[in-house]
Write a protein that binds this ligand. Structure first.
Ligand code: ADP
Length: 466
């Protein structure tokens, strides 16, 4: 049983489909046909019985209508009238009580054995039985013909009934086979039509596994149904996967490239120490300082890379007071850069932003520390917080060196650093704004940047209110 189940499970989807449709139609048709056949058989048999009884009644009435002096001989000479009462297949015989046949009307069937006279045969008694090899209704009844009393035997053969049943059965089987053949061929075409895109999808997946994302065979299924949805979903998932795969490759390539530079610098300085540093304390001190600087930069880069790679789930219930977060960031940065000035401007009724305090802190810290570092004057950071009905708009402006128009579109790219003589000495990883962009996308924060060289840069952040 288990083996049969497994064999059925292992069949192709198309075969399973056709078998299911075929079996369902066959079983339904068989049940309907059996019920119909039994009902028809009962009805027809009942009709035959009624016919037989009617003939017996008619013959009895005929005998009763004869005068009381009528003799058997008279009736024997005139059977034509009685024949008209019977149909062609019925045979009636009258026996005396010694079992001798005295009258025979029609002679289609042989006589059936006479019953033992135990029952009350004054009213007709009908039985379905075989007469020689033919199935028939046999009716026995005591009749009075003038002074004569005897037993009437009427045989009503069921040949027409059986022929009719045979005919109905043949029709049912032929129609059933035709319907089965028709439904199986329809379901074969339907299965072919519906399973084709699934087969295409499977082949496409095999192709992608073998040849990578470049192998994207087109699907020619255009219907707007579940299969159409599945194909659209597959296409969009594949596109997303391809984008994220390419991004990851790019990320690994960029990261290894960026980490190679500080390692090379450290390697150079260590060789320098090995060759001359032991004897020259000045070279030793300088080489160690530079190496340490590079190590700190590498450490920061690794931390930031890990942060970018982690991509935690969005906390839907998070809330943050942006003013409070900004104050905390200010407190941290003032310790690192004591000469920085902060100016605040708050408009509107305070609202809470849907973001974790940690993420908001990271965003503000990255922007403000850039404003301080990329600055050749006493850094002043202007913070404007505007509460509207739909959003909290935070504008962070600095009086730094600014970003030229040609660089502005790329500052959020990973490892992108504006490579100009003025910024070269400022240690950075080019990841700070990428982290900012990742967080902004996560919490649906809109960012706009305005900058003019030598005047300063403004980051406008739009925190949507739910
Ligand atoms: P980094 O670690 O190099 O600061 P970021 O991703 O934070 O990396 O910034 C990318 C680049 O954008 C920086 O290298 C810098 O050239 C430029 N930049 C960012 N913010 C400012 C700013 N406020 N003023 C001038 N230049 C900026």
């Amino acid at each position: 049983m288990k083996k049969v189940k497994q064999t059925i499970l292992n069949l192709s989807l198309k075969t399973k489909w056709i078998l299911t449709v075929g079996a369902t139609i066959f079983i339904s048709y068989a049940i309907i046909s059996i019920v119909l056949f039994i009902a028809l058989q009962t009805w027809l048999l009942h009709n035959e019985e009624k016919n037989a009884m009617r003939t017996v009644d008619d013959i009895t009435s005929f005998f009763e209508s004869q005068s009381s002096a009528v003799t058997i001989q008279q009736l024997q000479n005139n059977t034509a009238l009685m024949k008209a009462i019977l149909n062609q297949e019925q045979t009636v015989r009258i026996f005396n009580f010694d079992g001798v046949e005295v009258i025979r009307i029609n002679d289609v069937m042989h006589a059936a054995p006479l019953p033992q006279m135990t029952g009350d045969y004054f009213s007709p008694i009908i039985k379905q039985q075989k007469v020689e090899t033919t199935d028939a209704f046999v009716v026995h009844k005591i009749v009075q013909i003038g002074p004569f009393q005897g037993m009437m035997q009427m045989i009503h053969p069921l040949t027409t009934f059986h022929a009719m049943l045979k005919y109905i059965l043949t029709t049912i089987i032929i129609v059933g086979l035709g319907a089965l053949l028709f439904s199986v061929s329809i379901s074969y075409y339907l299965a072919n039509f519906l399973i084709k895109p699934l087969v295409q999808l499977r082949d496409a997946m095999i192709d992608v596994r073998k040849r990578g994302f470049s192998a994207q065979p087109p699907f020619n299924y255009r219907a707007d149904d579940e299969i159409g949805d599945l194909l659209t979903m597959y296409r969009s998932m594949m596109n997303e996967l391809e984008i994220s795969f390419t991004r990851q490759q790019q990320f690994v390539a960029d990261a290894s490239h960026e980490l190679r530079t500080p390692i090379q610098v450290i390697e150079g300085h260590l060789s320098l120490i090995k060759r001359w540093g032991k004897d020259d304390p000045e070279v030793l001190a300088e080489a160690l300082d530079t190496s340490l600087e590079e190590i700190v930069r590498m450490k920061k880069m690794i931390e930031e890379l890990l942060q970018l790679a982690r991509r935690e789930e969005v906390d839907g219930h998070a809330i943050a007071d942006v003013e409070l977060v900004l104050k905390n960031v200010e407190r941290e940065l003032v310790q690192l850069y004591p000469n920085v000035q902060f100016e605040y401007d708050v408009i509107g009724q305070k609202e809470l932003a849907s973001i974790t305090e940690q993420a908001a802190g990271q965003i503000f810290r990255n922007i403000i520390s850039n404003g301080i570092r990329y600055n050749e004057q006493e850094p002043t950071i202007q913070l404007s917080i505007q509460y509207t009905k739909l959003a909290i708009i935070v504008t962070i402006s600095d009086n730094g060196i600014g970003i030229s128009e040609k660089h502005l579109p790329f500052i959020f790219d990973r490892f992108y650093r504006v490579d100009e003589a003025r910024t070269n000495h400022i240690g950075g990883t080019g990841l700070g704004l990428s982290i900012l962009k990742m967080l902004a996308e996560k919490y649906r924060i809109e960012i706009n940047v305005k900058s003019s060289v030598d005047k300063g840069t403004s980051f406008i952040l739009n925190f949507p209110l739910n």
